[in-house]
Write a protein that binds this ligand. Sequence first.
Ligand code: LLP
Length: 390
Amino acid sequence: MLRENNNQLQDENLLDSFSEMETPFYFYDLKLLHKTLNEVQTLASNYDFDIHYAVKANSNDRILREIETFGFGVDCVSGNEIRAAINNGFSADKILFAGVGKSDNEIRYALSQQIKAFNCESIQEMEVINALAAENNQQVEIAIRINPNVDAKTHRYITTGLDENKFGVNQRDLPEVLDRLQTLKQLKLTGIHFHIGSQIVDLNVFKGLCLRVNEILQWFAEQQVNIQHINLGGGLGIDYQAPDSSAIPDFSAYFAIFNKFLNRNPEQSVHFELGRSIVGQCGSLISKVLYIKQSTNTTFAILDAGMTELLRPALYQSYHQIENLSSTGDINQYDVVGPICETTDCFGKSVKLPETRRGDFIALRSAGAYGEVMTSNYNLRDKNEAFYFE
Ligand code: LLP
């Protein structure tokens, strides 16, 4: 855990550079990204764990290139994510293709690139991949994504590992999957895959996952099916309340749990698909205050960034720390809102900020994951260039 002050945004020289930028824009602290990647790499290699970065968290070209230099693979969930990974230097044999609804075009593209493996989520999907692979007589490695029915104890919108969720194959259907795979001659089952949810902060949840995975591994062993790869997904949460004092998540405790509780045999490789924990804290959304508006009981600070640039507060009621980078005045309370024609376009209510004026720079912290990737052009919004601090 890194405890030094990591907030590069407090550097006054930065504000001069910001004044030449079109706002709102994403700010990426590449130094912090490097520190985080170093930490993940060192700790994962202690246990011989493999990391596939989950591209969905942030597919910005520059970020992908930085991650590639650390030798990680990638977990992609669309044809375009695979394309972005390849364009940014990832080799095909480090690309996994996951996702509950892969289209025929996406599957064809992934096959043409000879990616490492497909994580499959239903028998019908396996049949389609088999048929498309047969067109060129290709052999394809697959992993079965299994829904382990383990509660991730996170926001219900980002819980994926319960029976009620659409993801993966239920355990009770595994015998049928194995039967069917016997007839799907292009497919070679090499792995099993799990991902139970995101922003998981209770590490005990991962112990529960390991225990369930152990049962499932045992079952496969009894069926004499050789599982070479165990992919445990992502999900490690970040501390949205403390982006500076907890800039790097506790990867050490996270990996130690899997090392302790997962029963793997020495030939089995263990993979993680981390997204948020790698890129979450290195990004901030930088915005300018357009107007201060006083209503009966509320002072609104109206920003030039809205839910179109950072959707998480509107969609999950999520908290992002809000900082005024330009002011050191007396503390007042503001409802910090965006310009979009939706009442849910609000970043925080009764936020304590130094006296805030038109033109002040505002940072919305911890926005490196699921920030820029979830932007939209609703209201025909512009998209501005990002700023990279190195
Ligand atoms: N693997 C799979 C199969 C996934 O579905 C995900 C994320 C990951 C890995 C990476 O999980 P992470 O390490 O980032 O938790 N938009 C939401 C998060 C959605 C996560 C979707 N799946 C948010 O803003 O909180």
